[in-house]
Design a protein around this ligand. Structure first.
Ligand SMILES: Nc1ncnc2c1ncn2[C@@H]1O[C@H](COP(=O)(O)OP(=O)(O)OP(=O)(O)O)[C@@H](O)[C@H]1O
Length: 243
């Protein structure tokens, strides 16, 4: 498929209120796109919809969904569960292996290798509840490595991690891009977006601009996003809904 994610006039609701309103565009195969916008702009809801975790109430959202990996926002991840780093990484095999089949030696090896690739060799048996925020984010990136998905969705992947961890994780993002995977990342650091992400979508519930980062990330578009967000009536319902 030339574009693994295609949106045509998509509206996503929470209850009757739109989180994303009339969004159209394609995430082309192999593209590396930053999704930016103010708080509450619908960015997480969009990623969840692409991952198949939120329905599109209006419009058409086509996704090659059989192999898609989502890194949720850290705040949305419960890690009080008594589970080791290796077990979390091995969960990445579920999509292909199924939940109830024992993993083979190659799959177990892949999970060990992924932990080593994110700098956590020796952490296999550590409970995830004992990790720092940055170490846990590395574990989740190791799980993404094991998932080996052609489409990877990252929700604020570098939030609350130190510069060294962010640089290491960004190197993995660049590697995935080099391998031809489609990567979509919600980000707030505009310098990072400018330097590392060739394409940008600015969202303020409605799309403000989508295209090459140098063309999209203008002061005018950012101001437009802020004004749109501030002017948005939090109680407004989607325009297609009957009163
Ligand atoms: N589970 C939910 N139930 C009701 N409303 C929700 C829910 N999740 C999100 N919303 C609302 O939908 C809108 C978009 O939220 P979303 O989390 O997608 O925005 P965001 O751009 O990711 O924000 P942030 O940058 O703060 O993470 C917000 O007004 C939010 O309050």
């Amino acid at each position: 498929m030339s574009a693994p994610v295609i949106l045509r006039d998509v509206t996503l609701l929470h209850g009757r209120r739109p989180a994303v309103h009339h969004l159209s565009g394609d995430f082309a195969a192999g593209s590396l796109t930053a999704v930016i916008g103010p708080n509450g702009a619908g960015k997480s809801t969009l990623l969840r919809a692409i991952a198949g975790l939120h329905p599109a109430q209006e419009g058409r959202l086509s996704v090659a969904r059989e192999r898609i990996a989502l890194l949720p926002q850290a705040a949305a991840t419960d890690r009080q569960f008594p589970i080791s780093c290796l077990e979390v990484v091995q969960l990445g095999h579920w999509g292909r292996a199924g939940a109830f089949r024992a993993l083979g030696p190659a799959e177990r090896r892949a999970a060990h290798d992924a932990l080593a690739a994110v700098g956590l060799e020796g952490f296999e048996r550590r409970p995830v509840g004992s990790l720092s925020v940055g170490q846990f984010q590395r574990v989740l990136f190791a799980r993404l490595l094991v998932q080996d998905a052609p489409v990877i969705l990252l929700d604020e992947p570098f939030n609350a991690v130190d510069a060294r961890t962010a640089a290491d994780l960004l190197a993995l993002v660049r590697r995935w891009h080099g391998e031809g995977r489609t990567v979509i990342a919600v980000l707030h650091d505009l310098d990072l977006v400018r330097a590392q992400f060739p394409r940008t979508l600015i969202l303020a519930r409605e799309p403000i601009a989508w295209g090459p980062t140098a063309e999209v990330l203008t002061a005018e578009n950012r101001l437009k996003a802020r004004m749109m967000s501030e002017a948005w009536d939090a109680d407004a319902e989607a325009c297609g809904l009957a009163a």
